[in-house]
Each structure stands twice: as C-alpha cells, then as structure tokens.
Design a protein around this ligand. Structure first.
Ligand SMILES: Cc1cc2nc3c(=O)[nH]c(=O)nc-3n(C[C@H](O)[C@H](O)[C@H](O)COP(=O)(O)OP(=O)(O)OC[C@H]3O[C@@H](n4cnc5c(N)ncnc54)[C@H](O)[C@@H]3O)c2cc1C
Length: 528
C-alpha cells in the first residue's frame, strides 16, 4: 500500500517549533547522540513514554568492550564477525571494536558504576566471546545503570531539553530531505518540530511478536516511519530469539540472562531430562539461535508448553548475590531458585535489522540519521554477539549525534500537506488486531520459518493493512499498531526472499547457509 503519512495534516495550520537538532528516543543510543551533539548545538530529545522506558533500562548482562589488559580490539572484532555469520559490515565492526573501550570509559566518566572486586572492574565471559570482556552493574542491572548515568548527564546539560510523553507519528520531508517530525502530545494533539537534522533512535521491534523480552515501547515505530519517508531498511529478516525467558501465565516474558547458564544453570525438558548436549557440543552455551531451536524441538517432542531452567545447584554458590534482579522476580511469582525449576520458552529479543546507515549514522534521506536498535549499521550481520548492542548505542549514537550536529541545515518553512482518504474506525478493535498480528508473526515468521508459512503471513498482513491503515486514529496505540503492521509485512517479505538459513533466520525448507547466493543484504525501500 502506498502510504506517506499515517495522518492528514496541513503544516501551516499546525503549531510549530524550530529546534537545532531533534533526537527521537531516550535510550542509550538517543542520549549518547544528544550528549555528543550538544557540544555544537541545542538538542531536543523526545520519547513517547517516560524517559527510562525502553530496552536500555531492561538490559541485564552487560556491555562488551576490549577493556581488559589481556584483550584487544582485534579479538573483539573477530568474535563479532564470527557471530554475524558472514554478513557483518567489517568496517562498522572495526569502528565498534576500536572505539568501544573509549566509549565505556567515557560512560564511567559520567558516573556509571560497574561491578568491581578489590577496586578493579570485574569482567564476565559470555557465549561466543573468546575472553571475559563484559562489564556489568549490580550483577544483572547493567541497563538501568547505563540509562540513569546518561539521563543524569543530560539533565546537567543546559543545551539538551527532554520532552517525555511525545510520540513521533511521522517524519516531515520534502523530496529526499528530512525536515523534522510530526509529533503528538499525550492528549493526541499534533504539532510540528522542524529541525536542522533528526536522529532516529526509537529502539527495537520485539512487540511485533507475541512472545518477546522487549519493553512495551518497542513497536518498531522508527523503521516504519523511515520507510514511509523513503529511507532504506536492511536485514529485517534477522531477529534474534532469546532461549530463556520466564514462561508463566500473566507474567512478562522476563529474560533470564545467558550469564545464568554461564554460571552453570542447565535446561531440562518436561520429563526432567537435560537435552542440550544432544544438540550442540557447547550444550547450554551454544549460540542463542541453536538453543532456541532446540527448545522448540524438545517442547514439541515432549508435547509440553515449556522447558525448565535448573539453577538449584547455583544457590549455594551465590545465585542470589550474582543475579539479584532475576532472583527477586522469581520470588515475586512464587518460585524459589534453590527449590523450583524455572519454566522457560524462547522469545523475540533483538532486531539486527533497521534503518540502513553508513558509519556516521547517515541514512538515505538528507538530514535523517539513525542509531541504536532502530538502525542497521551492519555491525551485527545475521546475529548479534551478546552484549554488543549497548556498546553499539554508545559508539554509533555518539557518531550519529556528532555528524548530525555538524551537517544540520534548517530549511525554510515548507508547504506540506497530507491528504489521504481516511475513514473513522467505527467499531474497530485495535487490540484484537494487535493480538492477531503478534500471534501470526510469532507462528509464521518466528524461530522456524518456511516459504508457505511466510507467504500465508504476508497475505494475511496485506489484507489487514488494506483496511487498518485507512482508519483514522488519533492515539498512540492506534499509530503503534499501524507501524507494527507495516513492519511485520516487511519482515515477512525479507524472510521470504532469503531462501537459506543464517544467523537468526532459519528456514525449514532451506536449512543450510548458501554463501554462493546469499552473502548479501536484503534491502527494502518504498517505491515512489
Ligand atoms: C530484557 C533485555 C535485556 C537486554 N540485555 C542486554 C545486555 O545485557 N547487553 C546488551 O548489550 N544489550 C542488551 N539488550 C539489548 C539492548 O538493551 C538494546 O538493544 C538497546 O538498549 C537499545 O537501545 P536504543 O537506545 O536503541 O533503544 P531503547 O533503549 O529501547 O530506547 C528507545 C527510545 O525510543 C523511544 N521511542 C520509540 N518509539 C517512539 C516514537 N514513535 N516517538 C518518540 N519516541 C519513541 C522510546 O520511548 C525510548 O525512549 C537487552 C534487551 C532486552 C529487551
């Protein structure tokens, strides 16, 4: 469906404000961009909920960087390239690995406190890292420490203004130039923020899937609006599924960090049998996609609804001290880590794809930059190395902010009008559509995919788009679900095109990696 804007408007009739630089999103990427840009100009940062809401604050395990004395950026680069399964952008990975240690030092300079022993930072080793290089805070509360440190620095900076409860509905553009954003206040009223440049840092898209670890704000708004504006999106078929998330009716799909398995936690099936050694030589510490698929297979074979994480032997070894957040959550739902098996299932966790950028966050639209989980810099290729995404937000967020501030140009007021034929939604139940979409995408474009499943999903999504994208909505939920519909369609399209299995993308009908045909990115872009 051809669609430029979700809403109808006449720019000249809207309240308008001019800002030097506009940052969309207040996670690690957006705040890093704002802090870097503020050296050159005034910055407005908007987020659709509260500033701390997002995947950053929920991150647990830590940040990977070549900080330890026995490590080198080259080793970090090589581990990242290996995890990416042949599809990483080598130049982007080199930037990440080279600049990573400095970015974490800078964060420490802003007051972030990482766990130490005897005054020295403690490094953890995570799956597919050849060395212990992951810093963490209060055991498993790294994300909130990062978020709070950055928010404190932003609050101390008089050149940065934070506008919570402000949702970006669409990017304003003329031709291939981004001129700012159309935003909605909490009451749904629209206004225009015209900007010299826009940095899009709206985070992930996990909410498109029924089972996800992601925050409620991760509805893929950024990539969907960038696509409407004519920017290219890449690697959308690569979604990382995390194998161990809490599976209890009514409880959020809370992530139980890989580090728990790193410390000795094992996975059992409904009959109590440990099965991961049958699937991979590294057993529970095999790559995430392999553990996720093994779980799906075992759950199916045992005709049960979940598998179990067994951490009982760890409680005598300080489980509660090492993982206080996880332990508290288990207790909240009546589970005792020393006594009970923890019910688990895989869930959508991280989007490797997003708005395609160069090494400075530039997109295909002049004046539009992107960073963080909403962007595709190419550092993750087909699969993300654990703990590389907070680092990507720090490194590429700062690069995008610096460059956007340097290249900004406020244009004269354009005469923009959007006039689509929209109809009132009448008795339309947006939550019902949302549930159906999330279920469909989980079953047909989830951990195991096939041509038939993907085609069915694509057709059903197209059908839903035909009416749901025509409904006029004036609230956050309506726009979010419309964005999810657009992005889900693009994910199915990309996954259908890639007739091989690689990284996070697994096709039952094409189970092998095919370097001859597929050592390349799938890029989607709206036809004008
Ligand atoms: C449970 C969990 C654990 C994780 N653990 C780790 C880990 O240990 N290490 C690691 O490296 N990575 C981890 N990750 C991944 C990592 O946390 C994320 O990839 C990263 O934090 C994304 O940062 P971001 O700034 O791109 O997005 P976010 O932090 O998600 O921020 C997105 C921002 O965009 C705003 N926004 C979204 N849409 C709009 C809109 N339409 N208008 C205005 N604002 C909008 C939101 O309000 C929010 O402020 C984890 C992820 C999860 C979910």
């Amino acid at each position: 469906m051809k669609i430029d804007y979700l809403v109808n408007f006449r720019l000249s009739a809207l309240p308008e404000e001019k800002v030097d630089l506009l940052v969309l999103g207040s996670g690690v990427a957006g705040l890093s961009a704002a802090l870097a840009a503020a050296a050159r100009c005034r910055v407005a940062v908007i987020c659709k909920g509260d500033p701390e809401e997002g995947n950053t604050a929920d991150a647990q395990g830590g940040i990977a960087a070549a900080l330890p004395a026995d490590d080198s950026w080259r080793d970090h680069r090589d581990d990242t390239l290996a995890a990416g399964d042949g599809l990483c952008d080598r130049a982007a990975v080199e930037v990440l690995a080279r600049e990573g240690a400095g970015a974490v030092q800078k964060l420490i300079g802003l007051g972030a406190e990482f766990d130490r022993r005897g005054g020295r930072i403690v490094f953890t080793r995570e799956a597919a890292h050849r060395r212990a290089r992951v810093v963490h805070a209060r055991g498993d509360a790294t994300g909130i420490e990062v978020e709070k440190s950055l928010l404190r620095a932003v609050a101390d900076n008089s050149r940065i203004r934070l506008l919570p409860g402000t949702m970006t509905v669409d990017l304003l553009r003329r031709g291939d130039c981004c001129l700012g954003a159309l935003v909605a206040e909490r009451d749904g009223s629209l206004r225009a923020l015209r900007a010299g440049a826009v940095v899009l840092a709206t985070g992930g898209l996990g909410q498109i899937y029924r089972e996800t670890t992601n925050s409620g704000v991760a509805t893929g708004d950024g990539p969907a609006m960038a696509w409407r504006a004519g920017a290219a999106l890449a690697d959308l078929e690569f979604v990382q599924f995390h194998p161990t998330t809490l599976y209890l009716a009514g409880a959020p799909r809370f992530l139980i960090s890989e580090a728990v398995r790193g410390e000795g936690g094992v996975i059992r099936d409904a009959a109590g049998r440990r099965f991961m050694p049958d699937y991979h030589k590294d057993a529970e510490l095999a790559p995430r996609d392999i553990v996720s698929r093994a779980l799906v297979d075992r759950i199916r074979r045992t005709n049960s609804s979940c598998a179990y994480l067994d951490v009982r032997s760890l409680t005598s070894r300080g489980f509660q001290r090492r993982f206080p957040k996880i332990n508290a959550l288990l207790r909240q739902y009546g589970l005792d880590a020393g006594r009970d098996l923890v019910p688990i299932r895989p869930a959508a966790h991280y989007a490797m794809g997003g708005v395609k950028t160069d090494l400075w966050g530039r997109t295909g639209l002049k004046g539009l930059f992107a960073c963080g989980e909403a962007a595709c810099t190419g550092v993750h290729g087909a699969n993300r190395l654990a703990s590389n995404s907070l680092l990507e937000g720090l490194v590429f967020g700062a690069r995008a902010g610096r460059r956007a501030a340097a290249e900004r140009r406020l244009s004269s007021r354009p005469a923009l009008v959007s006039r689509r034929r929209l109809s009132p939604p009448g008795r339309f139940d947006i939550e019902d559509l949302c549930r159906s979409l999330r279920s469909l995408v989980w079953m047909k474009a989830g951990i195991e995919r096939s041509g038939d499943r993907l085609k069915e999903a694509r057709e059903r999504i197209r059908f839903w788009q035909n009416y749901a994208l025509r409904f006029e909505t004036a609230d956050r939920r309506g726009w979010e679900v419309q964005n999810m519909l657009i992005l889900a369609g693009l994910i199915c399209r990309s996954a259908l095109a890639r007739t091989e299995s690689r990284g996070g993308h697994y096709r039952l009908d094409h189970p092998h990696r095919d370097d001859r045909r597929w050592l390349r990115q799938i890029v989607v872009k709206k036809t004008r």
